[in-house]
Design a protein around this ligand. Structure first.
Ligand SMILES: C[S@@+](CC[C@H](N)C(=O)[O-])C[C@H]1O[C@@H](n2cnc3c(N)ncnc32)[C@H](O)[C@@H]1O
Length: 257
C-alpha cells in the first residue's frame, strides 16, 4: 500500500476569511481531518462533504484524545495511504504542539507539509485595533503562555515587567489574578493598561480593558470565557481610538469584495 501524507494546517483565530489559500487547498485535497476545539464552526463548514471527520478535542482538562494517541493516529492513517488534514487553531508552531506532531511523523517516515496560520496574538490584536509594537508605546512584543501549573506560572517575571514592551498571554484566563499580581510585584506599574479579548475575530468577540490593578476583577464581573487572549502594555490605550471590528459585522464579508 502506498504511503499517504499529512497536512499540518493552521486555521487562524476563527474568522474563516483569515484562512490562507494554501490552507483551503489542503482542506480540499484531504480525505480525513483531525481537528480540535479551536477550529471554528464556519471553518469546519468549508471542509468537503465526503471527508471523514475526527474530533480530537483539547479544551483545558478535557482532552478528548491524548497527544500521543493523536500522533499515533496520524501515523496509522498515513500508513494506510490516507491524505490526512491536521487542523489547528492559529499557527501550528505557536503554543500548538505542531512541532511534536511532525517529529513523530518524521520518525515514522511519513511525508508532511506545514501551512502557517495567523496566530491568535496577531489576529486578535488586528481585530481589536491594538497595534502590538506601535513605536510611541512599545519596543518589543513577547508571547507567553499563562497556563497554571500547581497554581503558579513559571515565567520570567523580571523580564516581562520591564517597561515599553507589550506582553501577550495565551491560555491565561484562569491565572489572570496571579499574572497581574506578579507583574505589579516585579515592577510593572499597576496603572499599566491591559485587555482580555474573548473569541477574537469572531462574531462573539468581546473586549474588556482595564489596568493591571483592576483587570482580574473586571473580567470576573463580565464573565468572560475561553478562549481568551490577554494583552498588557500601553498599546492597549489605542483600542478606544482604533477599534474598527464590530462583532455584529458578521457575514458582512461581501462588502470586502
Ligand atoms: C493551545 S493555544 C493555541 C494557540 C494557537 N496555536 C495560535 O497560534 O493561536 C490556545 C490559546 O490560544 C488563544 N486563542 C486562540 N484563538 C483565540 C481567539 N480567537 N481569541 C482569543 N484567544 C485565542 C487562547 O489563549 C487559547 O487558550
Amino acid at each position: 500500500m502506498s504511503m499517504g501524507e499529512v497536512f499540518l494546517v493552521g486555521t487562524g483565530p476563527g474568522d474563516p476569511d483569515l484562512l490562507t489559500l494554501r490552507a483551503l487547498r489542503c482542506m480540499q485535497a484531504a480525505d480525513v481531518v483531525l481537528y480540535d476545539n479551536l477550529v471554528s464552526e464556519p471553518i469546519r463548514a468549508l471542509l468537503p462533504e465526503g471527508i471523514e471527520r475526527i474530533y480530537v478535542g483539547k479544551e483545558r482538562a478535557n482532552h478528548t484524545m491524548r497527544q500521543q494517541s493523536i500522533n499515533a493516529l496520524m501515523v496509522e492513517l498515513a500508513q494506510k495511504g490516507r491524505r490526512v488534514l491536521r487542523l489547528k487553531g492559529g499557527d501550528p508552531f505557536v503554543f500548538g504542539r505542531g512541532g511534536e506532531e511532525i517529529e513523530t511523523l518524521a520518525e515514522h517516515g511519513v511525508p508532511f507539509q506545514v501551512v502557517p496560520g495567523i496566530t491568535a496574538a496577531l489576529g486578535v490584536a488586528a481585530y481589536c485595533g491594538i497595534p502590538l509594537t506601535h513605536r510611541d508605546y512599545a519596543q518589543s512584543v513577547t508571547f507567553v503562555t499563562g497556563h497554571l501549573q500547581d497554581g503558579s506560572m513559571d515565567l520570567d517575571w523580571i523580564a516581562l515587567a520591564r517597561p515599553r514592551q507589550t506582553v501577550v498571554i495565551y491560555m491565561g484566563l484562569l491565572g489572570l489574578p496571579v499574572l497581574c499580581e506578579q507583574l505589579i510585584a516585579h515592577g510593572r506599574s499597576a496603572q499599566t493598561p491591559a485587555a482580555v479579548i474573548q473569541q477574537g475575530t469572531q462574531p462573539t468577540q468581546r473586549v474588556v480593558t482595564a489596568t493591571l490593578a483592576t483587570l482580574a476583577q473586571r473580567v470576573q464581573t463580565e464573565g468572560l470565557k475561553p478562549p481568551t487572549l490577554i494583552i498588557v502594555g500601553e498599546v492597549v490605550l489605542l483600542h478606544d481610538k482604533l477599534r474598527w471590528f464590530q462583532p455584529s459585522m458578521e457575514d458582512d464579508s461581501a462588502s470586502l469584495m
